[in-house]
Design a binder for this molecule. Structure first.
Ligand code: SF4
Length: 373
């Protein structure tokens, strides 16, 4: 089995569950975090007995809202990871943070605990958009959070933004982007606001209370941002991600390069790669109590999983690999499909491999699906 060098740790709590969110996120309840952190530490400690793992080159603490942990809780988790699994020198250690939680004291404590990268959920700077999204911070707080993080010594700061928000024009979207770019982040992720089944946003769209922008408008906002980011020297390295050269998210590259990773915590997913090219994907139980109980009993908190044949694994590797816009060779096992997509103008030669064309980016899901048999 291929050795794992990337670890994802899920913190499922949020102060408030936003109406568009379909992540594993629960409103934080008094007293829930300490037993959850105990369980996480216990799961992490057991990981090396279960899988070939470490030293870790990337650790990503995501959520939910990981910045709801106290600095002591976060430091404890990182120390457990360091002692039980091992973290390589110069590893990338990311924490996702909500602007409202980024104080000088927290940022300094995160640095001290070894965090090297902050991923800040800015989403927008517009008051109306933040209200619509039910985000609890203001645009001013988000900008201040970036400054505070930089003062604490973070040079690797990523900002997450959402486009395609109802009522937000392209000019207003670019204003938000410009405001963020003025703070010189190293990385920007821009995601389309999508309507996920089961969310309150989905209900509002169904009832007609909310009308989403059409596809053309969404694409217009996406490409306008791409041009602005290119002008600022950012490299568009993945469909939704731009970075200054050398500041790509190394953890997320693990997913797009289809390398193995382990996920700890409620609902976290893992991918193992076998020597015979088969893959194994599995995921932890959902529900904080069920997760804590499983770990307390000393059992592996895995809920279910599947083994993927070598052909299916190669197809998935190609499907996620084409998202990398500097070129990928992940499609090499599929010459017929690759040539067909090149002829259709959806893929083009890039580097030693191929990458999505402009039209290909817009139809990325269909392009990716062509490799799944
Ligand atoms: S803060 Fe993020 S993870 Fe939490 S509910 Fe809102 S969108 Fe979901």
């Amino acid at each position: 089995m291929e050795r794992i060098h990337s670890l994802y740790v899920h913190i499922p709590f949020c102060t408030w569950v936003c109406k568009y969110c379909d992540f594993t996120a629960y409103p934080v309840l008094q007293g829930m975090i300490p037993p959850y952190v105990d369980a996480l530490a216990a799961e992490i400690a057991q990981v090396p007995q279960r899988y070939p793992i470490g030293p870790l080159r990337t650790v990503f603490i995501g959520g939910g809202t990981p910045s709801l942990l106290t600095p002591e809780q976060l430091a404890r988790l990182l120390e457990t990871i360091r002692q039980r699994i091992g973290i390589a020198t110069a590893a990338e250690i990311t924490i996702e943070a909500n602007p409202s939680n980024i104080t000088s004291a927290y940022a300094a404590a995160w640095r001290k605990a070894g965090v090297t990268r902050l991923s800040i959920g800015v989403q927008s700077l517009l008051p109306a958009a933040l209200r619509f999204l039910e985000r609890l911070h203001s645009g001013g707080e988000a900008l201040q959070a970036i400054r505070v993080a930089r003062q604490a010594g973070f040079d690797n700061i990523g900002c997450d933004l959402l486009y395609g928000i109802p009522g937000v024009s392209t000019a207003e979207w670019l204003e938000s982007l410009d405001g963020v770019l003025a703070e010189q982040p190293a990385h920007v992720s821009a995601y389309e606001l999508t309507v996920e089944q089961g969310t309150r946003l989905a209900q509002e769209v169904r009832s007609g209370a909310v009308v989403m922008p059409d596809n053309e408008e969404q694409l217009g906002q996406y490409w306008a941002a791409d041009r602005r980011l290119a002008d600022e020297g950012f490299v568009h390295y993945e469909i939704s991600n731009w970075s200054r050269p050398g500041f790509e998210s190394r953890h997320n590259l693990t997913y797009w390069e289809y390398r193995p990773y382990l996920g700890c915590g409620v609902g976290a997913h893992s991918l193992l790669r076998h020597a015979d090219s088969r893959s194994e994907r599995f995921w932890n139980v959902k529900g904080v109590k069920a997760y804590i109980d499983a770990v307390k009993e000393g059992t592996n908190p895995v809920a279910d999983g599947e083994t993927l044949s070598a052909a299916r694994a190669a197809g998935e590797a190609a499907m996620v690999g084409v998202r990398l816009l500097q070129g990928t060779r992940a499609v090499d096992p599929f010459p017929v499909e690759r040539d067909h997509l090149v002829a259709a103008g959806l893929l083009a030669p890039a580097g030693e491999g191929v990458c999505l064309t402009t039209r290909g980016v817009e139809l990325a899901n269909q392009v990716g699906a062509a490799f799944l048999r």
